[in-house]
Design a protein around this ligand. Structure first.
Ligand SMILES: Nc1ncnc2c1ncn2[C@@H]1O[C@H](COP(=O)(O)OP(=O)(O)OP(=O)(O)O)[C@@H](O)[C@H]1O
Ligand SMILES: [Mg+2]
Length: 303
């Protein structure tokens, strides 16, 4: 499937969530407000990180988006199609939180099965299957039953089945979970490649570093409420709290110290007056982790 943008669909977002709420009725009729009035738009070609602590509502949002459960209130669209429609599901690659498969099948059999469900032509299915199994480093193990795979290998099968039918929208629930550092780097590369090809990726994670490296924007959810949606580059840019200055004079004396953001120019003038030359100015940032923790801790106080 190609991510064709025509005049008719140009203004339609890849994912549009409108005032979505989900209430679970648990044992003894206990109500859990897992999502409360979440509204969010993800543009085509965007990589969006969905960050939140355990129990925040990430998987609930994702399960509603892929049609596995119905929201209690509100609605959403994928490429303009309502989430209750079959058309929306055809265009999604979905990685569940804890993928499990018919584990008596091999990776090759399973991936071919998924491709056939999406009605891929036989020839294309064979070549695409080889491509994704090689990409996810499952080629050597492709003929073994999935039940003999390690946790990280099962996660890789989950990613392979997401890629096989080349959908436009990728909805991934903790794609880096269970992977070693090499596997995580590979997933980041895959997400980067999807973005280059104009695809849209929406993924949940707790790993802030993953968001910082690959996402255009991040949404922070806590207690079922979407607390913040911001561009990652803006967070990093606004997060500059000060500067570390290194300077040297003719006698080889070195001064290294940190100043507040607003005190930079005054300190530079003093250094010059003292006969020092600045060799390095490094920004001190409030990183994405601090931004995330501040929002989550603030929201917990008000709960
Ligand atoms: N089937 C269910 N029945 C009752 N409550 C549920 C059900 N599924 C989830 N919940 C509750 O809904 C809330 C949100 O859960 P959800 O799985 O969406 O969180 P999450 O952000 O994905 O967390 P994690 O990071 O641990 O995966 C939690 O309080 C959870 O206990
Ligand atoms: Mg979850």
């Amino acid at each position: 499937m190609e991510a064709l943008i025509t005049r008719e669909n140009a203004g339609i977002p890849a994912i549009g969530i409108e005032q979505m709420s989900k209430t679970y009725i648990g044992k003894k009729r206990v109500r859990v407000e897992a999502l409360q009035n979440v509204s969010l738009t993800v543009g085509r070609g965007e990589v969006f990180g969905f960050l939140g602590p355990n129990g925040a509502g990430k998987s609930t949002t994702i399960k509603c988006l892929v049609g596995l459960m119905r929201p209690t209130k509100g609605d959403a669209t994928i490429m303009g199609e309502g989430i209750s429609s079959l058309a929306s599901r055809r265009n999604i690659g979905y990685l569940p939180e804890n993928p499990s498969f018919y584990d008596y099948l091999s990776a090759e059999e399973y991936i071919r099965f998924v491709g056939s469900v999406f009605q891929m032509p036989a020839e294309q299915l064979v070549s695409k299957c080889e491509e994704v199994l090689k990409l996810l480093e499952l080629w050597d193990a492709r003929k073994r039953p999935i039940r003999s795979y390690s946790k990280g290998m099962v996660q890789r099968v989950g990613l392979a089945q997401v890629l096989i039918h080349d959908p436009d929208v990728y909805i991934l629930d903790e794609p880096m979970s269970g992977l070693d550092p090499l596997g995580r780097a590979l997933v980041k590369d895959i997400i980067g490649d999807l973005k280059k090809r104009g695809k849209t990726v929406f993924f949940s994670t707790h790993i802030i570093d993953d968001v910082e490296k690959v996402c255009d924007r991040v949404g922070i959810i806590s207690g079922g409420v979407l607390k913040s949606v911001e561009r990652v580059d803006r967070i990093l840019e606004q997060g500059v709290t000060g500067y570390t200055i290194t300077a040297q004079n003719g006698k080889g004396e070195i001064r290294t110290f940190t100043v507040e953001r607003d005190d930079l120019s005054g300190n530079l003038a003093t250094l010059t007056a003292d006969g020092f030359t600045v060799s390095l100015i490094e920004p001190v940032r409030k990183n994405l982790e601090r931004f995330f923790l501040d929002i989550v801790q603030e929201s917990r106080k008000s709960e």
